[in-house]
Design a protein around this ligand. Structure first.
Ligand SMILES: [Zn+2]
Length: 450
């Protein structure tokens, strides 16, 4: 390994340590060891820890949150008395979900645009973020990730769409020893550059959107290239990992794909282990399946986030469908297993010039847009796109113009965007919610010809 790569790794490891100490305090090492200890513990220890955290959260919610105190009674804190928390309720009465024990300054704003199809703004506290990061570090290590080791990230980077990229984004990449392939704009040139960089820096892991990773693997395969780095693993997140994505990627990169299930609202929910089972992150959350028998009949997933005290999410209906498994995983980890997960699908769009754009680009445009209750974007052809929206009273003509502009920024200024106001966007018979649909076949290569 060239000496400058070793120096870069060492510096990145030092920078990670400094960053974690700054964000989480001097006892960061103790916090991380404690996280590892809980997540590696026997089932009884994990369950006892989870029960204790759940009771503490319910107590807090009962005492300081108007929304929940209505359903709970102080002597018997029973979670089943709380109805599932709908996105609609969060949108309609956010003030009643804030804990009175937290000031406005202590609440950190976050929002989801689209992987859930329903734009939503919510708040988390510093404690939530610390715990969330600790869990991500722990679970990513299952896939071979480690602090400061070189990583290729194939993700949607809005900053990269700006002329020179945001300096903060670049600085972060440098000290974290990570480099990006922008999933929002997958051109052949960008994929070539990422492939060469991956070999040059001897990447240890890749973190990617499944659909963008699949396009990158296809590019490598079609150009008969061979990755020269020895990857330890690939982490995918944020959308459905289809079986054909996994098969192609694992054969091209000669390593395993580890699927991660999480969301902006509640953090990391589950992670796939070396044996291919999705283990539930019981340290940070309490997961229920709304079904008469969650081990045989799939149902809607309800999540209680155990660490966000500023705006507690209890029995939050996340919009995915799951099934539990009662098997003991051969990997040796005792965290319970999610047997099936039916989540979101995201399409890849293609522009007239052949650039591939990950559907996440479009859904991100809805972050913080208050006038839209639900949406679906359909690429009908290279020249026409339909945006279906369920609107609310905050919708304005300016919102419409903004969204059309953002779609045209990605697909081309000459692409016609028809905005259709609808009463609802029904779920397709498959049960898989689709917020981005492309009817342009991304596999047809001669589309690029004039
Ligand atoms: Zn396992």
């Amino acid at each position: 390994m060239p000496i400058r790569h070793s120096i870069k790794r060492t510096l990145s490891k030092v920078a990670w340590r400094a960053y974690n100490t700054y964000r989480k305090g001097l006892d960061y090492n103790t916090q991380f060891s404690r996280t590892v200890e809980i997540l590696n513990a026997p089932r009884e220890t994990i369950e006892a820890f989870q029960t204790e955290r759940l009771q503490r959260l319910l107590q807090h919610a009962y005492q300081t949150t108007p929304y929940y105190s209505e359903f709970l009674n102080g002597t018997h804190l029973d979670i089943s008395r709380i109805p599932p928390l709908e996105k609609q309720s969060i949108r309609e009465q956010p003030d009643r979900l804030y804990s009175t024990a937290y000031t406005q300054k202590q609440r950190i704003r976050n929002a989801t645009g689209g992987s859930t199809g329903t734009p939503l703004t919510f708040y988390q506290d510093r404690g939530y973020w610390n715990q969330r990061n600790l869990s991500v570090y722990y679970f990513d290590q299952w896939a071979g990730w480690d602090f400061g080791e070189p990583q290729l990230i194939i993700w949607g980077a809005l900053a990269d769409l700006d002329k020179d990229g945001h300096w903060k984004h670049r600085f972060n990449n440098f000290w974290r020893n990570q480099y990006w392939l922008n999933g929002f704009r997958l051109t052949d040139t960008a994929m070539w550059a990422a492939f060469e960089k991956m070999n040059h820096c001897q990447s240890q892991t890749i973190l990617a959107y499944p659909s963008s990773l699949y396009q990158f693997a296809k590019f490598i395969c079609e150009n008969k290239l061979t990755p020269l780095c020895k990857l330890k693993g690939i982490i995918t997140s944020a959308e459905m990992l289809h079986p054909h994505y996994r098969i192609l990627t694992e054969s091209v990169f000669k390593t395993k794909v580890y699927n991660r299930y999480g969301s902006r609202e509640v953090g990391l929910i589950a992670m796939e282990c070396a044996e291919g089972r999705m283990h539930i992150n019981c340290r940070d959350l309490y997961l229920e399946i709304e079904s008469p028998d969650p081990y045989t009949e799939p149902g809607e997933i309800l999540i209680t986030q155990l660490n966000n005290y500023a705006m507690p999410f209890i029995r939050y209906r996340i919009g995915d469908i799951g099934l539990l498994s009662d098997e003991i995983c051969p990997c040796g980890n005792a965290l319970p297993v999610l047997a099936e997960l039916l989540g979101r699908t995201t399409a890849t769009f293609r522009t007239g010039s052949g650039t591939l754009i990950q559907g996440g680009y479009f859904t991100q445009q809805f972050y913080g847009i208050d006038g839209v209750t639900q949406f679906q974007i359909i690429q009908e052809s290279l020249k026409h796109c339909i945006l279906k929206v369920v609107i609310n009273e905050k919708w304005t003509e300016a919102t419409r113009r903004y969204l059309v502009q953002r779609i045209q920024d990605a697909l081309g200024a000459t692409v016609a965007v028809t905005v259709v106001l609808v009463d609802e966007i029904p779920l397709p018979p498959s049960g898989k919610r689709e917020y981005t649909i492309s009817k342009v076949d991304t596999d047809v290569d001669d589309l690029r010809k004039p």
